[in-house]
Design a protein around this ligand. Sequence first.
Ligand code: SAM
Ligand code: CA
Length: 280
Amino acid sequence: GTAKAEVKQAEEVATKSEVESKKEEEKKEEKPEEKKEEKRNTKGRHGGVNEKTILSSVRLMEYILNTSVYPREHEQLKELREETAKHPWNLMLSPADEGRFLQVLLKLMNAKNTMEIGVYTGYSLLATALAIPDDGKIIAMDINRDCLNVGWPSIEKAGVAHKIDFREGPAMDTLDLLLKDEKNHNHYDFIFVDADKNNYVNYHPKLMQLVRVGGLIAYDNTLWNGTVAYSDEEIADLPKYVRHFKPFLVELNNVLAADKRIDPALVSIGDGVTLCRRVE
Ligand code: SAM
Ligand code: CA
């Protein structure tokens, strides 16, 4: 869970598209009719930072971004995205279409009290801060504040820094601390979870106490590069990091599907985001 480990993980994941391209090269020989589409699915198709999409048509992805996302992206969000693109671990950045989606959701819900677990340089944090009212609040948790230095100037320039309450340290400790105060129970409208995937199932019971009835918990990366639908044998050639975390996402998806206290929807945007509306 250290920053160093994150870099290593990011580097390992970065090699994934190479592995995929190789696999696609092989497949091409078997299925010539798919040749054209597969050839488009190669590395670097969205400038290297927006590749975490399960949408297999690059042209459609670009269409979505160019038609409905980039023209409506806030100036400082764009700036933050571009600053993050220069950062070595930019693979962790939330895709812009997902940011847009979360903003519309937050506004629909009139979300005011929110939380984010896993901040990195602050893209989803700024998207959230821009979508909630001026007196809205975000408790933002990350084990490390250094990456947020990349995005903080944009957040200040956007005039929303006052909404952010940053808590440095393992999110589990922060959640336990928050749970000690009754005032935080059933209090949060929206919680975005985008950190250590192995802990999502451990965060879930705590988040269920913190989110209000009718509120939303959103778990990110629940399709995990598309691996959740494949056996370990089928993903044997993927990087270790991807293979290591797959069972945790599979377990989470099963836990959420069986949890009658929530109304879940696994949305295939970005790398998959599962929306969980608390019903009781
Ligand atoms: N939401 C961000 C965005 O929109 O760009 C991306 C978050 S990135 C995928 C994951 C972040 O989770 C990293 O910044 C990492 O430091 C943080 N993290 C990892 N383990 C954590 C933990 N136990 N508690 C809190 N944060 C953690
Ligand atoms: Ca993510």
